[in-house]
Design a protein around this ligand. Structure first.
Ligand code: AMP
Ligand code: ZN
Length: 138
């Protein structure tokens, strides 16, 4: 498959690897948002997070949790943003699921995830919206 991240996992394209286990491969982002910006991906190819089954997502996030703790301790971080750009509309540029771990430090701009989209839609329909979504789990 012609996938950049599959090629990184296979060692066909070099990367600054920080961790690898049976399920995931983690390396430093080549265009880091902050020092230590790390990408964690499942070795198995899925285009999007919503293409994954629960067991694969669990394995991915178990490793993300482990790597986040190591980054926190090693880089002496007070915090980080952990997230996925899921789909092109959400900013995903490489169509192989990956989790960004972006270290945060005092004075770095202080924006949080809420600053990505600030449309502030009406909250009048929250009851119907919650009902519509919750019904879909049945
Ligand atoms: P996304 O926009 O969520 O799809 O993120 C893709 C990320 O991959 C971006 O942050 C890029 O900087 C990063 N990236 C692209 N190519 C490479 C590469 N060869 N090695 C490391 N990181 C890369
Ligand atoms: Zn891939």
């Amino acid at each position: 498959m012609d996938c950049l991240f599959c090629k990184i996992v296979a060692g066909e394209i070099p990367s600054h690897k920080v961790y690898e286990d049976e399920f995931v491969y983690a390396f430093l982002d080549i265009f880091p948002c902050s020092e230590g910006h790390t990408i964690v991906l499942p070795k198995k190819h899925f285009d999007r997070f919503t293409d994954m089954e629960g067991k694969d997502a669990s394995a991915l996030f178990t490793s993300v949790n482990k790597i986040s703790k190591v980054l926190e301790n090693t880089l002496k971080l007070e915090g980080m943003n952990v997230g996925i750009n899921n789909g092109e509309i959400a900013g995903q540029t490489v169509p192989h699921v990956h989790v960004h771990i972006i270290p945060r430090r005092a004075g770095d701009g202080e924006g949080n995830m809420h600053t990505i989209v600030e449309l502030n839609p009406s909250t009048d329909n929250l009851p119907e919206l919650a009902k519509t979504i919750s019904k879909s789990f049945d």
